[in-house]
Design a protein around this ligand. Structure first.
Ligand code: DC
Length: 233
């Protein structure tokens, strides 16, 4: 069975919903890697830190007391020093600044180290922007999710509403466009499809259909690994 499943894609492509479901089906650990960049951003905003200061932000990334607990409904809940910050991590303020923080090389180095340490342990599903290219370059299954802009904006807007943030479509679209641009154009680990990733366009697919497509890829990978092992005898 493949141990590492990497799911990358832009904001609103549906990564976290499907990654969580796949992890649940396989009994694997799910890591929403964007939450780490969001937590650094939230703490820095609360402390009024300079968001352009790599030293302060990298220290924060290396030492932040972020904890994740799974709720009864299977959704992750995030805590910083005991305070639940699940909704705040996805607030418009954090959305507006997280790409800036995530482009800092020293921050990425700290976060990547944490993620690679976590991944060493057991079966894992990670979603993000650089999982297949940088964090888990040897992941057995790599997926790159895409969706057209208006669909991604609609998903973001619904997600914000579910957390109590009501923004006009134009504002959400501007934020998603800006984030796409910063995440793709940065020099350090930009949003990019790994050469060996499978592309799935989720524009017209339900989350269940995307989950089924990825599970099929996992099964195919499992079979080809078995065949390769068989070839040795
Ligand atoms: O997936 P998300 O929207 O929660 O990610 C928040 C931001 O974090 C996103 O704008 C880019 C950044 N990010 C990243 O650079 N690398 C990752 N592996 C995950 C997220």
């Amino acid at each position: 069975m493949p141990k590492q499943i990497a799911i990358d894609g832009p904001a609103g492509s549906g990564k976290s919903t499907v990654a969580r479901q796949i992890a649940r089906k396989l009994g694997y650990l799910y890591i929403d890697t964007g939450a780490l960049y969001r937590a650094v951003t939230l703490i820095a905003l609360r402390r009024d830190n300079d968001l352009n200061d790599p030293t302060v932000l990298a220290d924060l990334a290396g030492s932040m007391p972020l904890e994740v607990k799974m709720k009864a409904d299977g959704q992750p809940a995030y805590f910083i020093a005991g305070e639940e910050v699940t909704d705040e991590l996805r607030s418009p303020e954090v959305n507006g600044k997280v790409s800036e923080v995530a482009q800092i090389a020293a921050v990425r180095k700290q976060v990547t180290q944490k993620l690679q340490t976590l991944a060493g342990r057991k079966g894992i599903v990670m979603d993000g922007r650089d999982i297949g290219t940088v964090v888990l370059p040897n992941a057995e299954v790599k997926v790159f999710l895409e969706a057209d802009l208006s669909t991604r904006v609609k998903r973001r807007q619904q997600e914000l509403q579910s957390r109590g943030f009501f923004l006009p479509t134009a504002a959400v679209e501007e934020e998603v466009r800006q984030r796409d641009l910063t995440d793709s154009a940065r020099s350090e680990a930009p949003l990019k499809r790994a050469a060996d990733a499978h592309i799935i366009d989720t524009t017209h697919l339900s989350p269940d259909a995307v989950v089924d497509a990825i599970i099929a890829l996992i099964k195919r990978q499992k079979k080809s690994t078995r065949q390769k092992e068989g070839d040795c005898f």
